[in-house]
Design a protein around this ligand. Structure first.
Ligand code: HEM
Ligand SMILES: *[C@@H]1O[C@H](CO)[C@@H](O)[C@H](O)[C@H]1NC(C)=O
Length: 326
């Protein structure tokens, strides 16, 4: 790969040093790791070629990182005898995946730019490539996030939204990290890709809130096919189902069309239709895919900037699963 050297290249090269200790910026690794974005893109592509679902998993991993003490790679840390990270928090355990993809990309990056690129920046870039390679939008990512020196199991258990919570509670959790109701609706569109285990929605199928009937807000033909996929026995709890039955691995606006048709999988997804403010956004996104793409991109930029650590704070981890010990 050759790059034409001209005045602006030289300017950006020096600009990248100027910014090195400041805030996030687009030229952070311009001098120190010019091929970073290509390496991340290749790593995500190679992982998706083996396992299409991993795109969804990477997007969710980034979300679960940023919602707990900000985007600082805490979700990536492994437990040790003396340190309890977030991997075993209820929303993460046996659910969040994609860690090895980040570890592999990090190893590739270390080979060409050692001790330079943080794990959290790699995760933010990987989530974007995952969406783009699934047919979705792209967004600019300012870089220079530093890896954190802590993790917060308790916050992972309490700050992450649960599919059993009301829209009001979920909106409050988003508001706590500076995201508004439009962000809730736009980011929920991430459920246009990936899978969910039966236990996350099974209560809607057989005896919804003691009525002996399925959730009335669940399309009845979808309910009966889900009953087959998730029979009313405990050992079906971990069976997997598409969050978007129409185009499971395509990042499109089918998620919103499903909601309009009472065919959202999670109760918390379908609840977006129960409040007139969120329902009107769902309707708009169901009709105008590019409006969804625009708003999703805007909200992803906000998500990726939550509570970042910059400058000389934090560190650049050598391995994403453990903190450095000098
Ligand atoms: C609004 C509140 C949200 C709730 C209640 C929620 C809940 C869930 C649940 C229960 C699952 C299935 C997990 C499992 O069965 O193991 C899931 C999967 C997923 N979530 Fe969310 N989520 C929310 C927001 C988000 C956001 C903001 C994003 C990303 C921007 C996201 C991305 C995903 C993706 C891509 C999957 C599929 C993962 C895979 O297949 O590996 N979710 N979510
Ligand atoms: C391919 O994907 C599967 C999950 O579907 C995973 O267990 C396996 O480790 C992956 N292989 C490689 C080489 O990434």
């Amino acid at each position: 790969m050759s790059q034409k050297i001209n005045i602006s290249t030289i300017f950006l090269f020096f600009l990248s040093f100027h910014f090195a200790n400041g805030q996030l910026n687009y030229y952070y690794y311009y001098a120190s790791c010019p091929n970073l974005e290509m390496i991340v893109k290749y790593g995500v592509w190679a992982a998706m070629r083996n396992d299409t679902r991993v795109a969804a998993s990477l997007l969710r991993l980034h979300f679960h990182d940023c919602f707990v003490n900000g985007c600082e790679g805490s979700v990536l840390l492994d437990d040790t005898e003396t340190f309890k990270g977030e991997k075993n928090a209820f929303p993460n355990r046996n659910s969040v995946r994609g860690y090895e993809v980040i570890d592999n990309i990090k190893a590739d990056v270390e080979r060409v730019c050692p001790w330079t690129v943080s794990c959290v920046d790699i995760l933010a870039l990987a989530a974007r490539e995952a969406v783009a390679l699934s047919g979705g939008p792209n967004w600019p990512i300012a870089l220079g996030r530093r890896d954190g020196l802590t993790a917060n199991l308790k916050a992972a258990n309490t700050n992450l939204p649960s599919p059993f919570e009301s829209l009001a509670v979920i909106a409050a959790k988003f508001a706590a990290v500076g995201l508004d109701l439009r962000d809730v609706v736009a980011l929920s569109g991430a459920h246009t890709i990936g899978l969910a285990q039966c236990f996350t929605f099974k209560h809607r199928l057989f005896d919804f809130r003691g009525t002996g009937q399925p959730d009335p807000k669940l399309d009845s033909s979808l309910a009966s096919s889900l009953k087959t996929a998730c029979p009313n026995v405990d050992n079906s709890n971990t069976n997997l189902n598409s969050l978007d039955m129409v185009t499971t691995y395509m990042f499109d606006n089918a998620y919103y069309r499903n909601l309009v048709n009472n065919a959202g999988l999670l109760e918390s997804d379908q609840a977006l239709m129960s409040d007139p403010r969120t329902a009107s956004m769902v309707n708009d996104y169901s009709m105008y895919p590019y409006l969804f793409y625009r708003d999703f991109s805007t909200s992803m930029v906000k998500l990726g900037n939550i509570g970042v650590i910059t400058g000389l704070n934090g560190e650049v981890r050598k391995k994403c699963g453990e903190m450095n010990h000098y």
